[in-house]
Structures are given as C-alpha cells and as structure tokens.
Design a protein around this ligand. Structure first.
Ligand code: MN
Length: 358
C-alpha cells in the first residue's frame, strides 16, 4: 500500500466533496496497492472513504496480499460480492470508477436505494497526475528508449519496406528494450497518409517527396512513452517546409508556456494561435496533448475545454499538428514533465526539419 498515494486521493475527495469511492480500474488498483491482482470479469474493488477507511473486495482466486490498513473482504464464487460492498456503503453519493462494467454498478444500485451514483475516478486520477520521483525516473527511462526507437525507425525507412513492416520493426525494437505490446499499433505514415492522425500502417511504400510521420509509444516497466517525428524522404517542397515550420513553432510555443499554475487550455491555445495565425487553423483537428503515465492517455488533458491546471510532477504530451487531407500532415510530439520553473522535455530527438534517404 502506498500511503502517500492514499493520502493524496483522500485529500482530493475531501476538497471535492465526495466521501466514498469504489476504485476498480486495474492500473488504479495497482497504483494504490502495489499488487497486480486483477479480477477480470469478476468483482475487484477498493472502497475508499474520506475518513481514511479502506476496504477491499476481491475474489479469493486473485486476492490482494494482506495490506496493513485495508479491511479485506475476500469472497468465493457463489458468494455475493455486491452485497458485501452494499453493506459497507454510507447513504449518499458514491463515486464509481468510470470504466467499471455497467453490470457491476447496476447490481450495487439495486441493493441500495439510498445512494447517489457519481463518476468517481477523479480523486485517483488527480493523484496519478502528480508523478513522484520514482515515477519520473521510470517515465524518463521510457522516453530514453523512445528516443532510440525513433532514431532506429528513421534509419530504417526504405523504399522496399511498407509502412506496416516499418511499424513492426519498431515494435520489435521496443520489445527488445523492455517495451510491451498491449495491442497498440505503431503509427507510420508515408505521404498523404500523414494527414490522418491515427492512420493504421498498411502496404504503402515511400517515394521521393513523401513526408514520413512516425508516432510511437509503448509501456516500459508500466510507464508509457509517446513521441512523434515527421521527416521527408529524399526531397521536400516549399509547401511541406512551410507547414513543418509552423508546427515546429507551435510545438515550441506550447512547451514555452508550460509552468506550474498555467491552465492547460492556455498551453493548448499557445500552440493553436501559432497555427491559426499562419492560416492553418482549420487543419489542427486534435487537442494539443494528453497526460501519460500508467495509461497512455490520462489526466491532465491539454485541450481547448480542459479545466486542468499544470502542477509540478504532471506529465503530458505536446503534440500539435496540421492535417491537410490528400496533401500533407505533420505532427511533432514530446512528453514533458512540469517542474518548478517550467518543464523538462523527456524526448530529445532533434526537431529541425530533416530530409532523409539522401
Ligand atoms: Mn500522444
């Protein structure tokens, strides 16, 4: 049990006015308990109360190791874990994890007509958003591997291998360096395919004058890296160069805007304004960034409607782009960690326009 993390969660509950939450998401459970116990389709939950009381509910097949300070309610198949949970709930608001299968939530609601369900992931998300020293060390390690992977990917662009083959080579590189493929594909786009932000690599081959957009990510020791670089194969047009330089300037503007206390919507605006002023506003069709940690997309979010405020220890991506269908696409992405006076950029692979294959 990570006492500091529980304390952060409880502090968030107290300031947000939520007195009980049911935490059920795998990564949230392991973040708090240090155990990878996973109930799969069965019931596995931590009930955290704002007075500091913590209960666990887990099938005996998967139970958490004995954890000091947590009241364990282990059940066997045939027993009713919903009743066990219902018996411990106080009347009033209950925060449910936003990813818990509906069947579980409904089974609990049916047993208690005096509780008010709310989405209750945010106290744990708020704690997870502030990385501690060990998490920062792991994130830096992952990004360091990612810097090597992007160099490997760019060095392996060739007119004889398809997008899919290059994506698979990058996956192999990650796997050989601690990465885990959890079903994601590495994004490799040649030419106008780069105008689709989540293009699935296919049989396309690269040709002179194509942009090559590579967006790669994997968890290493549980912590994700995520970066994008766009380079040009053999030649680059003035139009491609102009678009590239706008994205590069926008990305730097957002990085320069990062410091504690700044609203993430204003960091998003820093990038968005550069792109809009250059006349490409309608082609910046994504948010500027997302938090990264145990999940590849997590709190905080850097978007026009974000309510998140940058705090020391936040880790998130800065990845503006311009996507002109049928024409060109550019994205440049780094992960940053908020520091006392700005941010550390975790990925250092160069961002000056690069023509490769010469
Ligand atoms: Mn990303």
């Amino acid at each position: 049990m990570n006492k500091q993390r529980f304390e952060q969660v409880i502090a968030a509950m107290q300031s947000g006015g939520l007195d009980q939450i049911l935490i059920t998401e795998d990564r949230a459970l392991s973040y708090l308990t240090g155990s990878k116990a996973n109930a799969m389709e069965r019931v596995g939950a931590l009930l955290i109360k704002s007075n500091g009381e913590v209960h666990s509910f887990m099938n005996k097949l998967f139970r958490f190791p004995h954890i000091e300070g947590i009241v364990a309610h282990d059940y066997v198949d045939g027993e009713d874990p919903y009743q066990m949970i219902a018996d411990e709930l106080m009347p009033g608001k209950v925060g449910f994890d936003d990813t818990w299968a509906t069947k579980h939530t409904i089974n609990i609601l049916k047993k208690r007509d005096d509780i008010i369900p709310e989405v209750g992931s945010w106290p744990v998300n708020a704690s997870r958003a502030v990385k501690d020293a060990e998490e920062i060390r792991l994130l830096k390690h992952s990004s360091n591997v990612n810097d090597q992977a992007i160099a490997y990917g760019i060095a392996n662009i060739s007119e004889t291998i398809t997008e899919k083959e290059l994506a698979d080579k990058i996956d192999d590189f990650f796997n050989a360096n601690g990465g885990v493929n959890v079903g994601q594909w590495q994004v490799v786009c040649y030419g106008a395919n780069a105008a689709d932000p989540h293009h699935e690599p296919d049989g396309t081959l690269v040709k002179a004058g194509d942009e090559v957009l590579i967006d790669i990510f994997t968890p290493i020791n549980g912590y994700w890296c995520d970066m994008t670089r766009t380079v040009y194969w053999k030649e680059v047009s003035d139009h491609q160069r102009e678009v590239y330089e706008v994205v590069k300037k926008a990305q730097q503007a957002a990085i320069d805007a990062v410091k504690p206390g700044v609203a993430l919507k204003d960091i998003d605006a820093a990038a968005r304004n550069v792109i809009a002023e250059a006349g490409y506003g309608e082609y910046f069709i994504t948010r500027t960034g997302h938090g990264a940690g145990l999940s590849v997309h997590e709190t905080p979010f850097c978007s026009p409607d974000s309510k998140d405020i940058a705090a020391v220890g936040n880790c998130f991506s800065i990845e503006p782009g311009i996507y002109i269908p049928g024409d060109t696409g550019v994205r440049i992405e780094d992960l940053v960690i908020v520091t006392e006076d700005g941010c550390d950029v975790l990925t250092v692979y160069p961002k000056d326009l690069q023509v490769v294959g010469l």
